[in-house]
Design a binder for this molecule. Structure first.
Ligand code: C5P
Length: 209
C-alpha cells in the first residue's frame, strides 16, 4: 500500500457512505463503495435465476464483475442490500472480489474505501480507520427516509427488521465478519447531524495523517 488509505467500516445506514464520500472530497481521493460490489453480485445472480446459496454460481458472477458494471440503480434498492448480505457470506465470493478492492487500495494517491472488512481484511495497513455506527432505530429511520425518497413502498418496521437481520448476518458470518478493527476509531453518529459526523470523521483522519 503506497498512498493514504482511509478505511471506513460499519453497519448499514450508519452514515459511513456519506462520510466516506465527503472525506474523499476533502482529501481529493478516489472512493470505492465496496457494498456495491456485493449488491451487484446478488442482483446479477438473481437476474440470471441463480440461488443465493449456490456458491459456485455466485462466485462466477463475482469473478466476472468489472467496475463499469456498477452503475445500475437496481443495486441501490432494499432487495439488493438483502441479496448482497446473502452472497457476502460465501468465502469464494469474498475472495473473487478481494483483488479489485486491494488494487484500489494500492492507488498511488491513496483512496477512501467503505465497507465491512476494509480495516480488518482488505487494507489492514491503512493509516486511518473509522468504524462508523449508530443505534439500529436511528439507522432504520435514515434508511426509511432514503428508500421512501426513492419511491419504495416500505414501512419503518420492515426496515428496522432488515437492519437487525443484516447486522446479525454480517456480524455473525465466519469469513470477514463486520467488526471494529482494534486500531479503528469508533464514531457513533446516533446523536449527530451529517455535518457533525463529517467534522468528527475529518478530525479522526487529521489525527492519523
Ligand atoms: O454497505 P452496503 O449496505 O451497501 O452493503 C451491502 C451488504 O454487502 C452488507 O450488508 C454486507 O453483507 C456486504 N458487504 C460485505 N463486505 C463489504 C461491504 C459489503 O460483506 N466490504
Amino acid at each position: 500500500m503506497s498512498g493514504f488509505v482511509i478505511a471506513v467500516d460499519g453497519p448499514a445506514a450508519s452514515g459511513k457512505g456519506t462520510i466516506a464520500t465527503r472525506l474523499a472530497q476533502t482529501y481529493d481521493l478516489a472512493m470505492l463503495d465496496t457494498g456495491l460490489l456485493y449488491r451487484a453480485v446478488g442482483v446479477l445472480l438473481a437476474r440470471h435465476g441463480g440461488d443465493f446459496d449456490d456458491v459456485e454460481a455466485a462466485t462466477r458472477v463475482a469473478r466476472e464483475l468489472t467496475a463499469d458494471m456498477l452503475t445500475d440503480p437496481a443495486f441501490r434498492t432494499r432487495e439488493a442490500g438483502e441479496a448482497a448480505s446473502r452472497v457476502a457470506v460465501h468465502p469464494p465470493v469474498r475472495l473473487a472480489l478481494r483483488e479489485m478492492q486491494q488494487d484500489f487500495a494500492r492507488r498511488p494517491d491513496g483512496a477512501v474505501i467503505d465497507g465491512r472488512d476494509i480495516g480488518t481484511v482488505i487494507a489492514p495497513e491503512a493509516p486511518a480507520k473509522l468504524y462508523v455506527t449508530a443505534r439500529p432505530e436511528v439507522r432504520a429511520e435514515r434508511r426509511f427516509k432514503q428508500l421512501r425518497g426513492q419511491g419504495e413502498a416500505v414501512t419503518f418496521e420492515d426496515i428496522l427488521e432488515d437492519i437487525r437481520k443484516r447486522d446479525e448476518r454480517d456480524g455473525g458470518r465466519a469469513d470477514s465478519p463486520m467488526i471494529q478493527a482494534p486500531d479503528a476509531v469508533l464514531l457513533d453518529t446516533s446523536e449527530m447531524t451529517i455535518e457533525q459526523a463529517t467534522d468528527a470523521a475529518r478530525r479522526i483522519v487529521e489525527a492519523a495523517r
